[in-house]
Design a binder for this molecule. Structure first.
Ligand code: G1P
Length: 276
């Protein structure tokens, strides 16, 4: 039912300089797989086949990653290295990839609005690849799909964070209406500890209905002088309905060096113990 997933991927990745000086942060590998590939795998596992990327200058490696590299593939054809490309080839075979560029970096809300041309008038998923998630049972996007099917409104994924961390996230206030489901009444982008309505932080997974684009168009710039998706969702929560879903699984903040190293250790150990 949800056919498209949007990947905002225009950011500079300045926390990873110098690594990201000439390489997109989304291509940084956790073990041997670029962050963006984990995100696309998660979308596909939720039954989504149309991947839409909002990129920017210096991000061509993203397009090349989801394409055939004839020379390389010819070179390794028939060798034991061929198997290493199995997963990415499967993604290329099963998905379509489309791209548009964000010319100026004016925030996540602006990036999502830039993606309107690829999405059109249908509900869609959003994955921020630097939040690397491993769902317990189903992937996080698949878990959110079920919530969308029930409530038919915008859905955000949340997790409980330490109060000292709330200033890094969009934070919700809401009423629990089901196990792990909250009806959102308020949202604040990156509040100070004392102004946070709860410790339920939004992580980089959303399902959005297409009316969000009109709401974004009438949303004023917010925190950091940027157009915030959190502010647009707050309007939607007040005028209509937004639900938050506490997902089952793990999340690594791969936008930070600490989270990135944790993810690397976790996936490396997992790989080792599975004997690969
Ligand atoms: C963005 C959103 C924020 C959300 C976070 C999740 O912030 O603006 O509401 O909690 O992603 O990772 P960013 O991390 O891009 O600064």
């Amino acid at each position: 039912m949800i056919k498209k997933c949007l990947f905002p991927a225009a950011g500079y990745g300045s926390r990873f300089l110098p690594a990201t000086k000439s390489m997109p942060k989304e291509i940084l590998p956790v073990v041997d797989t670029p962050l963006i590939q984990y995100g696309v795998e998660e979308a596909l596992a939720a039954g989504i086949h149309e991947m839409a990327f909002v990129t920017g200058r210096g991000k061509r490696a993203l397009e090349d990653h989801f394409d055939i590299n004839y020379e390389l593939e010819h070179q390794i054809s028939g060798t034991d290295k061929e198997g290493l490309l199995k997963d990415i080839r499967r993604l290329i075979d099963q998905c379509t990839f489309s791209y548009t560029r964000q010319i100026e970096m004016k925030g996540l809300g602006h990036a999502i609005l830039t993606g309107e041309t690829l999405i059109g008038k249908e509900p869609f998923g959003v994955i921020l690849a630097d939040d690397l998630c491993e769902g317990q049972g189903d992937g996080v996007m698949a878990q959110m799909m079920r919530v969308y099917e029930k409530y038919r409104c915008c859905v955000v994924a949340i997790e409980e964070v330490d109060m000292d961390e709330v200033h890094k996230y969009g934070v919700i206030a809401g009423k629990k209406v089901d196990q792990d489901i909250f009806m959102v009444s308020d949202m604040v982008e990156k509040p100070e500890r004392d102004a946070a309505p709860s410790n339920l932080a939004i992580i980089g997974r959303y399902i959005l209905t297409p009316d969000i684009f009109d709401v974004l168009r009438r949303t004023e710039t917010g925190k950091g002088g940027e157009l915030q998706i959190t502010d647009a969702l707050k309007t939607q929560a007040r005028e209509g309905m937004v639900v938050a879903c506490r997902f089952r699984g793990k999340r690594f903040d791969c936008g930070s060096v600490n989270g990135f190293v944790e993810a690397t250790n976790y996936f490396y150990r997992k790989r080792k113990s599975s004997g690969k």
